[in-house]
Design a protein around this ligand. Structure first.
Ligand SMILES: [Zn+2]
Length: 200
């Protein structure tokens, strides 16, 4: 998970989020097996309007694991507070609840949620405040010298996003090997996944 800054909500979303969220909530209450599908705005599904904006904030990387590049078939918008959980139906179109997430992170996270989960766009979020990167196992570990509350949040974040799943630790190892094998003058960090590894 790497820090990013959230840009302001697009106007059309700001203006319609409440109404669209209420419509979705009403449909779900009527029929709990109703499946979410994006509303259309100006002839185009809302996700197609906002996906490029979300991706721009993370330089096209996954907001959770920092995977890059994303595959074109990915359905890449994740609802941080899950749209399948009735506590959060009204947040289905709320800008700050939407993140660009890779298919694997979304598969692991599903409708799981914990109040302790860290948000990469929180003002006070920094990878190294909560985590240590283990360059032997390529795992992300909770910082032993962080305060107990930060430790609890880091642990919940690793668990719910599956940040140490096997495929991911392998992928980070490959990225690391590629990075250290390169001439530093030729490295463009934007082209790398898992950028928190290479940053202070
Ligand atoms: Zn991911």
């Amino acid at each position: 998970m790497r820090k990013f800054e959230r840009t302001p909500a697009p106007d059309f979303l700001e203006q319609n989020a409440k109404k669209w969220g209420e419509e979705y909530a009403a449909k779900k209450k009527n029929n709990p097996s109703y499946l979410f599908s994006w509303k259309s705005y100006q002839g185009k599904p809302v996700n197609q309007h906002i996906e490029p904006l979300l991706k721009a904030m993370t330089d096209e990387h996954c907001a959770y694991c920092d995977h890059f590049p994303s595959q074109t078939s990915d359905d890449t918008i994740d609802h941080f507070e899950p749209k399948g959980d009735e506590r959060f139906y009204l947040l289905a179109y709320v800008w700050t609840n939407l993140y660009s997430g890779c298919a694997d992170c979304q598969k692991v996270k599903r409708d799981n949620f914990d109040r302790d989960l860290l948000r990469p766009d929180a003002v006070d979020f920094k990878f190294h405040r909560y985590f240590i990167y283990d360059f032997d196992c390529h795992s992300i570990e909770v910082r032993a010298d962080a305060n107990p509350n930060d430790q609890q949040r880091a642990a919940a974040t690793i668990r719910i996003f599956g940040l140490n799943r096997k495929g991911l630790t392998d992928a980070r190892r490959h990225a690391w090997e590629r990075y250290i094998g390169m001439n530093p003058a030729q490295i463009n960090l934007l082209d790398f996944p898992y950028r928190f590894m290479f940053e202070d």
